[in-house]
Design a protein around this ligand. Sequence first.
Ligand code: PRP
Ligand code: MN
Ligand code: MG
Length: 185
Amino acid sequence: IADIQDDIDHELVSKEQIEAKIQEVAARVSVDYKDKDPLVIAVLKGAVNTVVAFTQALSIPVQMDFMSLSSYGSGTQSSGVITVRQDLSTDVRGRHILIAEDIVDSGRTLAWLVEELKRRGAASVEIFALLEKPARREVDVDVKYKGFEIPDEFVVGYGLDYDERYRNLDSIAVLKPSVYQGDEA
Ligand code: PRP
Ligand code: MN
Ligand code: MG
């Protein structure tokens, strides 16, 4: 098994840039949600790194819950079908919800989740997405708290995977083409 850095072609967003951006967003959210007793919902697995850094940067106490959703199979293309791998354990009725997500690509995952949370009776639903790929958007999603806009390249790291690997990279990066070889979706 090779060193994780050996599979990286180039870095798109550094660990330092990510941390600075998360601090900035968390400062805004701490003000906006001061009297709202928010419930932060992380969209697993991709949002795992983002939600930890983000909630630790907040200056207000929050509740956290987790929903594991999948729109991608093992390839690099979204299937468009959202599968609930694991549901929340919190009743969201009347709650002010802040979704923490790693990336908005087609927008289908978040569009589905926002609708679902409203259907369950949430009082409000807003989104913090660390990354957005505007070139790939297929459905409209209103992201109130934005991180970085990135080009249409398949990225990994900071929670984002390729075939379930590379989530543990501490920055956002593009893999070497050789990593996908013979494995293109
Ligand atoms: C990825 C990513 C987002 C979603 C974005 O999750 O983490 O949740 O796809 O794509 P979309 O905007 O086109 O819906 P994935 O389905 O790969 O599951 P994972 O988080 O467990 O990796
Ligand atoms: Mn995801
Ligand atoms: Mg994935």
